[in-house]
Ligand binder design. Structure first.
Ligand code: PGA
Length: 256
């Protein structure tokens, strides 16, 4: 973390978990714990159908609500989809884009993710752009090249004045939901590489102020060490965000 130049953001990614009833229960448990988040921004990226409820429950808190996806076209005949404008209208601030589960199960490509990034920015949503390599790519020593490609294509056409709205999340696929976390050194290496790419594209000032999270089995035990890395500015947290005490402990680690 480097709080002088950029925001630390702890974001929960509930994925396809939590009915509205369950969400209310989790909120009741979380409420007394999250009010203490002083130094970091806390975001809950919840399923679409939980957004109105969570916005209502979190109204008087500093916790913001995010979504986990949006369609790449502004509106139209796309049955079953949700638009950026719909999210904005509900008071959503962040949207996760290009999560590896969507890349793997829904065929999302780098160019589709780029379309979504541009539309989110145009609509006033802050994208949390996920990038990360597979185990095979890591073993073949392709991690940095692959992540660089993802970062560059996500940013195609993004002007420097909009860059600050973007958050990156480095999420090695082999660490997501597996209990196998990247070491602090591995996370730091890739996060620093992402910042270097951004520096080359947009200059030092822009690179210094962009938030780059780590995600992949972050939990109460490993959060402190991961967040202690200079270029790890927060976390995107799946499994551990579904347990109030775990999530609160990660927030606490970010507040040290
Ligand atoms: P995990 O998920 O914390 O359960 O590994 C992280 C993510 O997919 O964003």
């Amino acid at each position: 973390m480097n709080r002088r130049y950029r925001k630390t953001i702890i974001a929960g990614n509930w994925k396809m978990n939590m009915t509205a009833t369950e969400a209310r229960g989790l909120f009741d448990e979380l409420k007394p714990m999250i009010s203490k988040a002083k130094w970091c921004e806390v975001v809950l990226c919840v399923p679409f159908v939980d957004i109105p409820l969570m916005r209502r429950l979190l109204k008087d808190s500093r916790v913001t609500v995010g979504a986990q996806n949006m369609h790449h076209e502004p509106s139209g005949a796309y049955t079953g989809e949700v638009s950026a404008a719909m999210l904005k209208d509900l008071g959503v601030k962040y949207v996760i884009l290009g999560h590896s589960e969507r890349r793997a199960y829904c065929g999302e490509t780098d160019s589709l993710v780029n379309k979504k990034v541009l539309l989110a920015l145009q609509t006033g949503l802050r994208p949390i752009v996920c990038v990360g390599e597979s185990l095979e790519q890591r073993e073949k020593n392709l991690t940095l090249d692959y992540v660089a490609l993802q970062v560059k294509s996500a940013l195609a056409g993004v002007p420097v004045e909009k860059l600050r709205q973007i958050v990156f999340a480095y999420e090695p696929i082999w660490a997501i939901g597996t209990g196998r976390t990247a070491t602090a050194e591995q996370a730091a290496e890739v996060n620093t590489a992402i910042r270097t790419i951004i520096r080359k594209m947009y200059g030092a000032r822009a690179a210094r102020s962009i938030t780059i999270q780590y995600g992949g089995s972050m939990n109460a035990k490993n959060a402190e060490e991961l967040l202690a890395q200079f270029d790890v500015d927060g976390g995107l947290i799946g499994g551990a965000a579904l347990k109030a005490s775990e999530f609160a402990a990660i927030i606490q680690a970010a507040n040290q």
